[in-house]
Design a binder for this molecule. Sequence first.
Ligand code: HEC
Length: 133
Amino acid sequence: MASWTAERGVFLVALALATACGGKSEDSGSAASSSDTAASGDTCETQPWSWQNTGEPFMRTWCTQCHHRDLPAEQRQGAPAEVNLETYTDFQAWSERIEARVWTDTAPMPPAGGPTEEELEILAEWMDCGAPE
Ligand code: HEC
């Protein structure tokens, strides 16, 4: 009986650890955790990324051929009329959805893929640091 209790204790600890790990790995690959090092305040103060040198070029390269308010409807390739990503204000309005759709295997944006690991890493570092303008 004593050993049953001990085993059960071990099982519960293992379960707790598995749950904790599961929670952590769930968001790995998202902007929020894909670069743990960038999350520290120090790193953010020295990171060189900005909307101008990172966010804007990324959106221009990978997103605004569908998500730009100057595009006639027939050239948006189905992108919703309200989802435009060419300005910093646009980015801020959509940042949560951008994070959800860029770092996912389910219906990712851009639909055909394309951004390199490095581009995604830099975008994630910038976003982790609060996406400074
Ligand atoms: C080839 C055209 C095309 C490109 C390029 C493209 N999108 Fe989209 N986007 C769409 C279409 C079509 C939809 C609507 C259907 C859907 O949500 O999958 C959409 C919807 C969205 C939405 C709103 C839906 C939601 O989940 O909130 C966001 C945000 C978005 N795209 C972000 C992006 C980002 C960020 C990029 C660049 C990294 C990008 N898109 C590149 C076509 C595109």
